[in-house]
Design a protein around this ligand. Structure first.
Ligand SMILES: Nc1ncnc2c1ncn2[C@@H]1O[C@H](COP(=O)(O)OP(=O)(O)OP(=O)(O)O)[C@@H](O)[C@H]1O
Ligand SMILES: O=P(O)(O)OC[C@H]1O[C@H](OP(=O)(O)OP(=O)(O)O)[C@H](O)[C@@H]1O
Ligand SMILES: O=C(O)c1cccnc1
Length: 486
């Protein structure tokens, strides 16, 4: 059995190498050098045209409680044998960074900063693991939910994944992310309680199995609940499940609110059409047909093409585990650091793979919208001192294939990174989950349809400003020269 500490904290929810680097920085007098790190992902998840940012609430929760506890220090003393003065430094740790981030529900794209952490080098380093851990999962799930909802449309999308999620936290926070991305309700009652997400539930095969009879089970459920959705596929959907659901609905009349039936196996196009006919003929045209069973956006689209008569979609495994792409791959890179003379110098991480070369400098992401259409033209990643709103014309070019370019006029530029913490003080007022969800929907409306289709969407432009591009090229050259000289 694991040992639980009454003062357990998330300060040690970091990779050991972060603490080891902190020790180096601290012992050699670098811990407080001013640094800027940025978090971004390189490839669009699920090859989607956009991603939905989620995770900020938990990041704030993490920062608000970021302190090394007595047992954290005792553990490091025992296992890592860190010297006492370094342990004292950790014990006195107080988060002092400035954090800027996209807000939850914001649409975000590859190769642009989503979270920026600025402050003492050692502090920025410590928080890398937790930030990536949170953003990588929650943004992935919010995006998957948005993909599924885009196919489901105005029908209801239920999140049923808790039993299949990668453990408790993933179910709980994944449910929230899925709600931000597009789900309408969840089966997870705790997520309902804590986050205020609408909850929804039918019943399982076990209820029917326990009575060993559809009729008896539905009747028992109906006697004990007002809202009833009967699961009709335990024995035989068309011959037993649906006829018995109708029988119970007839018998109970106004005593219950017969919402419909759920099917969880078989050919759901064929069966749902037959079920619809049975319900309609029995006088229940309003009764809904719920469907579940390994659904995802591809199966749902396919079922719709087959004119399946499904009104409510329950999606679990493939949503909560981001089944087809289980990792977003977001990274956290040092973009600027104070030098020995106290001056900030922008830094780069080179790679043989052009995609992996980081963009130096503290940056802001500007969403460029055409004033006439109010649709997004692309994102403009600029150095911190730049403000595209000061320009009448904006020259936008592809950061690799620079011959692909355009000049945008009559635009407005909206900064995506918002102040969340200023020198350790929380300055951002968290919106409600309903507000976040509304933001996500409004943001999707501002995107051209071409970027929103599930399959092979157009690639949304994420361009570097000329200054950011020129500086990147200059630093690449400088690093190459310095390597040659060695
Ligand atoms: N008409 C259809 N067109 C495309 N896919 C379908 C259709 N009907 C069902 N599916 C999907 O096909 C898969 C069938 O899976 P599977 O064979 O596991 O189900 P089953 O045998 O009907 O039920 P069980 O889960 O009880 O084994 C599911 O992912 C389901 O969503
Ligand atoms: O299929 P998902 O998208 O994950 O949705 C959740 C599944 O959970 C339940 O099944 P259960 O755990 O009882 O097992 P089953 O898959 O064998 O029906 C429910 O009946 C769904 O099938
Ligand atoms: O309420 C349901 O129907 C449900 C809940 C969780 C998983 N599968 C189904």
């Amino acid at each position: 059995m694991m040992e639980l500490y009454p003062d357990d904290s998330l300060a040690l929810h970091t990779d050991l190498y972060q603490l080891n680097m902190m020790k180096t920085y601290w012992e050699l007098g670098r811990a407080d050098r001013h640094a800027v790190f940025e978090c971004y992902f390189r490839n669009m998840p699920f090859k989607n045209g956009y991603a939905v940012f989620a995770g900020l609430e938990r990041i704030v929760d993490y920062f608000e409680n970021l302190q090394f506890t007595k047992s954290d220090i005792a553990y490091l003393r025992e296992v890592e044998e860190y010297p006492e003065d370094f342990l004292k430094y950790l014990q006195d740790f107080k988060f002092e960074c400035t954090v800027r981030s996209a807000v939850e529900g914001e649409l975000v794209f590859s190769n642009e900063p989503l979270v920026q952490v600025e402050g003492p080098l050692a502090q920025c380093q410590l928080v890398e693991t937790a930030i990536l851990n949170i953003v990588n999962y929650q943004t992935l799930i919010a995006t998957k939910a948005a993909r599924i909802k885009s196919v489901v449309g105005s029908e209801l999308l239920m999140e049923f994944g808790s039993r299949r999620a990668q453990e408790l936290d993933a179910a709980f926070w994944g449910t929230r992310a899925a709600y931000i991305g597009g789900c309408d309700a969840t089966s997870n009652v705790r997520a309902g309680k804590i986050f205020g997400i609408p909850t929804s539930g039918t019943h399982a095969h076990s209820l029917v199995q326990s009575y060993r009879d559809d009729y008896k089970a539905f009747k028992a459920y109906a006697k004990t609940h007002r809202d009833c959705v009967f699961l009709v596929d335990t024995y035989d959907t068309l011959k037993s499940g649906v006829p018995n659901a109708i029988k119970v609905a007839d018998e109970m009349g106004d005593k219950i609110n017969f919402l419909g039936v759920r099917i969880d196996s078989g050919d759901m196009a064929y069966i749902s059409k037959k079920v619809r006919k049975q319900l309609d003929e029995a006088g229940y045209p309003e009764a809904k047909i719920y469907a579940s069973n390994d659904l995802d956006e591809a199966t749902i689209m396919n079922l719709k093409m087959q004119h399946a008569k499904i009104d409510v979609w329950g999606v679990g495994t493939k949503l909560i585990t981001a089944f087809d792409q289980p990792a977003l791959g977001a990274v956290y890179k040092l973009v600027s650091i104070e030098n020995d003379q106290g001056k900030m110098v922008d830094t780069i991480k080179l790679s043989n793979n052009a995609e992996k070369v980081s963009t130096p400098g503290k940056k802001q992401v500007w969403r460029i919208r055409q004033k006439e259409t109010m649709k997004s033209e692309g994102d403009y990643v600029a150095l911190w001192h730049e403000d595209p709103n000061q320009l009448d014309e904006l020259y936008m070019f592809h950061p690799v294939h620079t011959y692909i370019n355009k000049t945008v006029v009559n635009f407005e530029a909206r900064p995506i990174l918002q102040n969340i913490y200023l020198e350790g003080n929380l300055v951002y007022k968290m919106p409600t989950l309903q507000e976040i969800k509304a933001v996500a929907v409004a943001n999707q409306d501002s995107l051209w349809e071409e970027y929103k289709r599930d399959l092979n969407p157009q690639i949304y432009p994420v361009d570097l400003s000329l200054d950011a591009y020129n500086q990147k090229m200059k630093i690449i050259e400088e690093v190459r020269q310095s390597v040659k000289e060695m």
